[in-house]
Design a protein around this ligand. Structure first.
Ligand SMILES: [Zn+2]
Length: 437
């Protein structure tokens, strides 16, 4: 019942947000009093802290006794909670739901956009105040980002890729229909001139970054996750154009040759990285490339295989790749590659993003390293260091709170009870305990 009440309060809040164009509702000054702050730089728990926010940005953070709180500030008291920066997921597909194979063909582009509006809200309520969305059809992700920024729908801050670049017949093409239907993925482009055109076209229609399929994938027909797809030359052309135009490049890559080529071509992140080997690890360390492992999806897919109607050839690939990926990613963690947090949410229901944390810890990261992957590192990968993933002055007022110490138990992040974005309270399960500090 209490839960239902908060859902209703949430709906009421969002109703206001829509009428008032979102950020117009944000008070000019906000002071958040936190019983504890988890310092994502050091892993230390700091007690009795106050964060002051002005016009949506953090202006100070420190001991409450020393805080200068403007007289008109809205005060939010979280005396028993642990506060952290809003979390970042560097690999989402907000406009998609867990529908696999032929089920996907029935989803129109306008329907995909509405699915995105639903999932943006769910993701924000789960404590993810920023996402990097790496693949959507028909620029539905651009529309969603712009609608969120306009305050029309609630959701996280987004950087979006638009359609994924890929080869004909590759992971990012549509391989489900026979020749006479001429079905082609939005981002399919072969050869240097065509990939250059596709990068420029994606940027023309609003992409913040470029996503490229360097190898085959798991949830696609007729391709092999271990086989490289784009050539080194094609990927070099993609990266050169993207970087020249101020966009980073994320590469979907499972197989070891595709990982190596993508890193040599200069991509900014390797997504999944299932068959990463020592050569790939060495190249990533040399180039400073981020690894964005997406691990929890494997657990979820195997557990829910019966309900997901996963077509048998895709399930067979999943069963083959997932155990290998866990082994190889654990080795990459131990070897010290840079890691940014990502989930591939859409392969499983949105909102479960934080379930990635315990799997990262299981495979060798410390809780602090896993939390840094979803804050400092993901912010760096997105090109927003100092703006997201931190509570330092100058950052956007994106704050979450949980019970307990996430440095001891990362599963606390699966139960986020307070979310603020840009100084606006999105969710506050603690409000019943409201005090007057
Ligand atoms: Zn993905």
């Amino acid at each position: 019942m209490k839960r239902l009440l908060w859902v209703l309060v949430g709906i009421a809040l969002f109703g206001l947000g829509v009428q008032g164009r979102g950020y117009a509702q944000t008070p000019k000054h906000v002071a958040v009093h936190a019983g504890h702050v988890y310092d994502v730089k050091t892993g230390k728990m700091l007690s009795d802290q106050t964060i002051v926010i002005e016009d949506g940005k953090i202006t100070s953070v420190g001991p409450t006794a020393e805080a200068r709180i403007p007289a008109d500030a809205e005060r939010i008291d979280l005396p028993n909670a642990t506060v952290l920066p809003g979390l970042i997921d560097a690999h989402t597909h907000l406009t998609m739901d867990p529908k696999f194979g032929y089920e996907q063909l029935a989803i129109s582009t306008p329907r995909e956009a509405l699915i995105g509006a639903k999932n943006a809200r769910i993701t924000l309520l789960a404590g993810f105040t920023t996402v990097r969305n790496v693949g959507a059809s028909g620029f539905t992700d651009v529309a969603l980002r712009d609608a969120i920024n306009a305050g029309d729908v609630p959701g996280p801050r987004m950087l979006v890729s638009g359609p994924l670049l890929g080869i004909t017949g590759g992971h990012c093409d549509n391989n489900m229909l026979p020749y006479e239907y001429h079905a082609v993925g939005d981002g399919v482009a072969d050869g240097i001139a065509a990939v250059q055109h596709k990068v420029r076209e994606n940027i023309k229609y609003g992409a913040d970054l470029i996503k490229v399929c360097a190898t085959g994938g798991v949830l696609s027909f007729g391709d092999n996750p271990q086989a490289s797809q784009y050539t080194l030359e094609e990927m070099k052309a993609i990266v050169a154009d993207a970087h020249r135009l101020g966009r980073k490049v994320a590469a979907h890559a499972h197989g070891s040759q595709g990982i190596l080529w993508a890193v040599e071509a200069g991509v900014d992140s390797i997504e999944h990285g299932s068959y990463i080997d020592d050569a790939g690890i060495a190249a990533m360390k040399q180039h400073g490339t981020y690894l964005v492992p997406t691990l929890y999806l494997g657990d979820w897919m195997i557990e829910n295989a019966a309900q997901t109607h996963l077509p048998p050839p895709l399930l067979a690939k999943a069963k083959e790749v997932i155990p290998e990926a866990r082994k190889n990613i654990a080795h990459a963690f131990a070897s010290g590659v840079k890691v940014a947090f990502g989930t591939d949410a859409a392969v499983y229901p949105h909102g479960l993003n934080a379930h990635e944390f315990p799997v990262m810890v299981q495979l060798g990261l410390t809780p602090l390293q896993a939390i840094q992957a979803a804050t400092l590192n993901a912010a760096d990968l997105m090109g927003w260091p100092g703006k997201v993933g931190t509570l330092d002055p100058g950052a956007w007022g994106d704050i979450i709170a949980v019970d307990g110490d996430p440095g001891k138990d990362v599963t606390t992040l699966e139960r986020v009870k307070f979310v603020m974005k840009g100084g606006q309270v999105i969710r506050n399960d603690y409000a019943a305990q409201k005090g007057n500090f």
